[in-house]
Design a protein around this ligand. Structure first.
Ligand SMILES: [Zn+2]
Ligand SMILES: [Zn+2]
Length: 179
């Protein structure tokens, strides 16, 4: 579904967001966990106001799986790029909706107003001119397992992209141009 960046460890964390806990567990156990430590790579390619995230690795039978996503550039991405030092922990996270009954008064609704601003009984937002009828916010639950990645690169030139077969294949399969 997307990516999140977290800063609470010695290394930065790249969190791959999924919508479902069971998918998360099987993706971890069947794909990411068997990857050989030295084979795991993350590549970022910036394109105007977006960036391409690509992560891949090889298990001991030399099978590879690639995760990729085109994402809007964000201040979190820029901060990660500046501070990661080409290393990070990768982990999985579950991105879920949270409703009024599970939320705290300061939690912010998708309409940008806090729970406090919403009517306690029927859930509608009381902020002037807001049309929100129901408080919904998002939360990220992180799975505990993590893997260290020491091979992160931010690819800049066309040659960088063409010289990495997995990245180049990703461009090809998704019909992306190089600009
Ligand atoms: Zn509102
Ligand atoms: Zn709202």
């Amino acid at each position: 579904m997307g990516l999140a960046y977290r800063y609470f460890d010695v290394k930065m964390n790249v969190v791959i967001l999924l919508s479902n806990l069971n998918d998360g567990k099987s993706i971890w156990n069947e794909i990411i966990n068997p990857w050989q430590h030295n084979s795991i790579k993350i590549r970022f390619v910036e394109r105007q106001n977006q960036y391409l995230f690509i992560m891949y690795g090889y298990d001991n039978l030399n099978n590879t799986t690639t995760f990729y996503k085109i994402l809007p550039r964000s201040s979190n991405y820029d901060r990660f790029k500046l501070n990661c030092n080409n290393e990070a922990y990768v982990r999985l996270g579950i991105y879920t909706q949270k409703y009024q009954s599970e939320s705290k008064f300061d939690d912010v609704c998708n309409c940008s107003h806090t729970l406090k601003t919403h009517d306690y009984n029927n859930g509608t937002c009381r902020s002037f001119s807001c049309i929100c009828k129901k408080f919904i916010t998002f939360q990220i639950v992180l799975l505990k397992k993590k893997k260290t990645i020491t091979n992160i690169k931010f690819l800049k030139t066309h040659d960088d992209i063409k010289n990495d077969p997995v990245v180049w294949n990703c461009f090809y399969v998704n019909n992306l141009d190089l600009n």
